[in-house]
Design a protein around this ligand. Sequence first.
Ligand SMILES: NC(=O)c1ccc[n+]([C@@H]2O[C@H](COP(=O)([O-])OP(=O)(O)OC[C@H]3O[C@@H](n4cnc5c(N)ncnc54)[C@H](O)[C@@H]3O)[C@@H](O)[C@H]2O)c1
Length: 384
Amino acid sequence: MPTLDELAFAAEHDIGRTRAFFPILAALGNRWAAERPFAGCVVGANLHLTTLTAAFLRELSLGGARVVVSASNPGTTDAGTVHLLRGGGIEVYTGGDMEDRHAQVLDHGPTWLIDTGFDLVTSALGRDPGTVQGAAVLSRTGIDRLRARTEPPPFPILNALDGRLRDALENKQGLGEAVWQSVTELTGILLSGRRAAIIGYGPVGRGLAAWARAAGMTVQVVETDPVRALFAHYDGMTTGTLDDVLKRAQIVVTATGRRGAVTAESLAHARDGVILLNAGTGGDEIDVQGIQRAADGVDHIGEAVVRYTLPSGHRATILGHGHPINIVLNSGSPESVLLQYSLLGLGLEWMIGAGAQPGEVPLPDAVERRAAELALQAIDRVGA
Ligand SMILES: NC(=O)c1ccc[n+]([C@@H]2O[C@H](COP(=O)([O-])OP(=O)(O)OC[C@H]3O[C@@H](n4cnc5c(N)ncnc54)[C@H](O)[C@@H]3O)[C@@H](O)[C@H]2O)c1
């Protein structure tokens, strides 16, 4: 078992690699260190605690922010990253349930919040947001939850997702590459020729499907929204119902942002040996607990590879315990995540200076253009 210091060393090494090949955050951090745009700010962040998150939070601190963090999902929390952040003076809360962790962050009186899925913002709104001047939300699930509120929020909330760069962030080069790389890493199978099912055909599902096709897989799509099902059809994918598609699929990936997209009941139709993984939100798109309860046998093939024997006698293997697989494994190129963090940091910097109105705030085009310029410079510097 590696020690925490060894894990932190590995995390530091990983950050060094991202700086060497795509130094976008370093460019931002150098300017922030000189200009200190976050001086006096307390940033409360609820994020997946990966090495890329650590790289971003450290640059934010250089800009003068005091950063306090909670783990948005214990299943995606990297112990080395946590140790590294703590060693650098950033307070990190990983214990207890989600609400305990949020309460610990909010007790520090954050002036700005960064949230993966709107959970920290919801906790802040539930307890009189007091010191909070604004927030930034990163994920589709978070934006959906912001829009579903009947009461408008009392402070501005930056939609750090839906700008023009989104296609570059959630596309086949970003998530597609990362998710399929995780499958080969965990199982050793060759993807070409396999039959994949993609559940949910939003930008994430679409990217996964495109990459799967490019890798030589046969792709079927399950999508409840007829408009997006039609997109899938015109993209050349076969579409069908979950029951139908599961009869043939060898690898099933959820990308719906909804709980229980695949349950023990749905697996009654699955073929023997099916592999299941989640590329969407949280840990409940695949109902892992329900499948565990229904299973007649469990075989732990690897740390993140568990095979269940279903009541039908067929076997189903779940990767990453149903948590977003690319985040669990920190797989794929870090570029798209680093670009998203740059966009977030620039958006936060803009919001602090701009005095935005309460409610959902779109990403200004100037922020997107700046992030894209930095990305192009980072690519150029390494390609030269
Ligand atoms: N793993 C990652 O690194 C990563 C990165 C970005 C986004 N995400 C998450 O991925 C999820 C999907 O993102 P998106 O932008 O594509 O979202 P989206 O909401 O635009 O698309 C989801 C699609 O799934 C469909 N859907 C919902 N329930 C379904 C069901 N039971 N069966 C079939 N289809 C169903 C919806 O109609 C929708 O078209 C979100 O939760 C997002 O937060 C994960």
